[in-house]
Write a new protein. Structure first.
Length: 85
């Protein structure tokens, strides 16, 4: 099964996880860490930037090694996969 991680998938995943955690009585912030290779990390980073920028004049500046997206009860952390992992 192939799963393309992009803006819509991240939002859907974060919302569903937050909802499920809440329904199961978990009220503290949880974390989901996703590791991506360099190419996939850049694609996700750019996708998030362009879908969320507020001003067309903003320029894309690549994230270093980590992207954090916070929802009600879950924080999705997307990290570059290191060569030794």
């Amino acid at each position: 099964m192939e799963f393309n991680l992009g803006f819509a998938n991240i939002v859907e995943l974060g919302d569903k996880l937050s909802e499920m955690l809440g329904k199961n009585g978990i009220e503290t912030m949880s974390e989901l860490i996703v590791y991506l290779d360099d190419n996939e990390f850049i694609k996700v980073d750019e996708d998030l930037f362009y879908r969320n920028r507020k001003d067309e004049s903003e320029k894309f500046i690549p994230s270093d090694d980590e992207i954090d997206i916070t929802f009600d009860l879950v924080k999705i952390i997307i990290r570059k996969k290191r060569q030794d992992e």
